[in-house]
Design a protein around this ligand. Structure first.
Ligand code: ZN
Length: 329
């Protein structure tokens, strides 16, 4: 099956015909499936604990997309190979596995879920958030707030259960006012291509159960002691990051600043077709890379290689990603 923009968008829209699509089956799965007498092991649980001062952060893996490289504007195979080899990753042509990470921040008084992942029907390699949450010892009913970076389906689709009720029944939804208004703007929907209309409808239905239990905010705002919103416009108009401060330590969460860890730190000018305003997204990416590298500030990214927590180092006119070291939590 040829992977095109349309087929992946249909996948994102949960077209039933793509419930177990070849496009979402990774190369490595295919290889292992063909290995004679391959022993089956349990999957490595997709959770990782990290501490920022008094905050305990748990990274949770929802799974991964097999993302086609033709979704990248400016992609160049020679440069891609060089940056992939430099980051010690296996180079593949055609598509690259892109993780979907969510995070739980335990403040001591709140359990804040950042990103809600995808339902299983978006692909066999996704929808693992509930299992990984359970493995980490977190009950969905423990979640008191759901904080959104933006409203694309891979970050919100699992907010609602199949029956339309809240998947996190004790949680209040928190989201930038710009993002909430953008996704609920009928003029925006009308002007969108057909594929994106479906994405908008899906996001709206995932957000609907929280309509009467939500808080919106604008710009830079301290939402909880030590947690401040930070606008990162471009990918979507209301795309927002969150900055954690505690005891002199910092961690900056972003959503879709980077989709391809091996490519976009080394080639920050490469854009993805999902950006609502690709030029603004590029400006935002360069600005946050610059800040993170100058301040030696740890970052956590929804599509950065799991657990997605690390540092951004300056390297000439570009950058390099360095995973955060293990530390007792
Ligand atoms: Zn995303």
């Amino acid at each position: 099956m040829e992977v095109t923009k349309r087929t992946l968008l249909q996948g994102l829209l949960m077209a039933p015909a793509l419930a177990a699509p070849a496009l979402l089956l990774s190369q490595s799965e295919k290889v292992f499936a063909q290995t004679p007498k391959a022993k089956t092991y349990n999957d490595t649980p997709g959770f990782h604990h990290y501490r920022v001062g008094d905050f305990k952060v748990t990274a949770l893996l929802d799974g991964y997309f097999e993302m086609p490289t033709n979704f990248i504007k400016g992609y160049d195979e020679k440069a891609a190979k060089a940056s992939t080899i430099q980051s010690y990753r296996r180079f593949t042509t055609g598509s690259i596995p892109v993780p979907v990470n969510a995070y739980v921040i335990n403040t001591g008084t709140e359990m804040i879920l950042l990103g809600a992942g995808t339902p299983t029907f978006m692909g066999a390699t996704l929808g693992k958030l509930p299992a990984n949450m359970a493995a980490a010892g977190i009950n969905p009913d423990d979640i008191t707030k759901v904080l959104l970076t933006h409203t694309h389906p891979d970050h919100v689709a699992a907010l609602a259960k199949k029956d339309g009720s809240k998947a996190f029944r004790n949680a209040t939804l928190m989201c930038s006012e710009t993002e909430w208004n953008f996704i609920h703007n009928d003029e925006v929907r009308k002007a969108s291509p057909e594929d994106f209309k479906g994405m908008i409808d899906y996001a709206r239905s995932a957000l609907a159960p929280y309509k009467d239990d939500r808080q919106t905010f604008s710009g830079k705002k301290e939402l909880f002691p030590g947690i401040t919103s930070s606008p990162l416009p471009g990918h979507t108009p209301g795309h927002t990051g969150y900055e954690l401060h505690s005891k002199g330590e910092k961690l900056f969460f972003w959503g879709d600043v980077v989709h391809f860890s091996t490519l976009q730190f080394a080639n920050p000018d490469w854009k993805v077709i999902f950006d609502a305003d690709a030029e603004l997204a590029l400006k935002t990416r360069r600005a946050i890379f610059e800040r993170a590298s100058t301040e030696r500030m740890a970052i956590a990214g929804a599509h950065v290689d799991f657990p997605g927590i690390g540092y951004v180092e300056k390297s000439g006119d570009a950058y390099r990603y360095v995973s955060a070291p293990w530390m007792p939590t």
